[in-house]
Design a binder for this molecule. Structure first.
Ligand code: TLP
Length: 347
């Protein structure tokens, strides 16, 4: 049976071209800065993000952690969204490992933080308070539906941050999805921010890795922190080689994932018992619920879907996230729609 894995775009496996590049990659000891493939990936990444330098990091989670620790001292505060990945899904690393305090503002349905909320959250200079040091945004915003944050908004937050002497970090795990959806370059989207992480191992299909980009001085600090966290890798050029293919070949095709997500949503909308989130999909994620009237539990539905080869992400009671990616073709979309129709039919 063909398995249609819609749980996440993190499940993507490397393409044949990536596997070939990995096998042939020139490598060296990256802790000495001697891996030519990693150096090339970092240079390409910095160029694509419009920053001075880049740093290859094992995961998006570590990328955000390194960034926050490079911006903040212990006891400093980062302003972020209540639905930010760094707040929800990074195991509290910034607090546990960095002693960084978080100020969570309500993530708005469009993925933004209200500018007036940010303004009000910036602390006065008072010994009772932690020092506000950093603002963090996420684009696309995962838990707000994979929604795209516009350029003007990011510019407004950048302006506010810099006027108040703060830095702005962007969790751009899916910044290329945002760029493709908006028809702008990732460089433009990252222009207002001081640092940005993006993932090679999601929609871009590389097996491992993220890149953190920022000023030369910032990346130097980040380099030491990555080492402290045990993220200094040696001959990881075999991984970076796949990342280079990801950047060269896999960015523009993300539009196909967005189109397939739309087809998937259209097919699901016709099935009695399914309610799609308003506006979904914005990019490669479809968020949906099935109604209580179906008389089925979340577990029953996921089991029925799995029996038909369809794997979905459970994000709440009767609530799923379905993510399209390189390994989901038109036929997989049809298989998923048919499986939902069959699974939600009366018990
Ligand atoms: N997100 C994963 C899960 O952790 C939820 C997913 O399936 O979407 N930033 C954002 C916005 C992310 O969505 C993720 C992964 C990360 C950072 C972390 O990346 P990794 O998994 O490489 O640590």
């Amino acid at each position: 049976m063909n398995i249609v894995d819609l749980r996440s775009d993190t499940v993507t496996k490397p393409t044949p071209e990536m596997r070939q590049a990995m096998a042939q990659a020139e490598v060296g000891d990256d802790v000495y800065g001697e891996d030519p493939t990693i150096n090339r990936l970092q240079e390409m990444s910095a160029e694509m993000m419009g920053k001075e330098a880049g740093l290859f990091i094992p995961s998006g989670t570590m990328g955000n952690l390194v960034a926050v620790l490079a911006h903040c001292q212990r006891g400093d505060e980062v302003i972020l969204g209540s639905k930010a990945h760094t707040f929800l899904f990074e195991a509290g690393g910034i607090s546990a490992l960095g002693g960084v305090h978080s100020c969570q503002l309500a993530s708005q349905p469009d993925g933004t933080l209200a500018l007036e909320d940010i303004r009000a959250a910036i602390r006065a200079d008072d010994p009772h308070y932690p020092i506000t040091r950093l603002i963090a945004l996420e684009n696309t915003q995962n838990r707000c539906g994979g929604v795209v944050i516009g350029l003007e908004y990011t510019q407004a937050v950048g302006k506010l941050a810099h006027e108040r002497g703060l830095s702005l970090h962007l969790d751009g795990a899916r910044i290329f999805n945002a760029a493709v959806a908006l028809g702008v370059s990732a460089r433009e989207l990252a222009e207002p921010v001081d640092s940005v992480t993006f993932c090679l191992s999601k929609g871009l299909s590389a097996p491992v890795g993220s890149v953190l980009c920022g000023s030369g001085e910032f990346i130097q600090r980040a380099h030491r922190i990555r080492k402290q966290l045990g993220g200094g890798m040696r001959q990881a050029g075999v991984l970076a080689a796949a990342g280079i293919i990801a950047l060269e070949k896999m960015v523009d095709r993300l539009a196909e994932d967005h189109t397939r997500a739309k087809h998937l949503a259209q097919g699901l909308a016709n099935i009695p018992g399914i309610v799609l989130d308003a506006g979904t999909p914005y990019t490669n994620m479809v968020f949906m619920e099935f109604t209580e009237e179906t008389g089925l539990s979340t577990r029953q539905v996921t089991q029925r879907l799995a029996e038909q080869g369809v794997l979905v992400g459970v994000v709440g009671t009767r609530r799923f996230r379905l993510v399209t990616h390189y390994w989901i073709d038109d036929q997989a979309v049809e298989q998923a729609i048919a499986a939902f129709a069959a699974s939600l039919r009366a018990v």
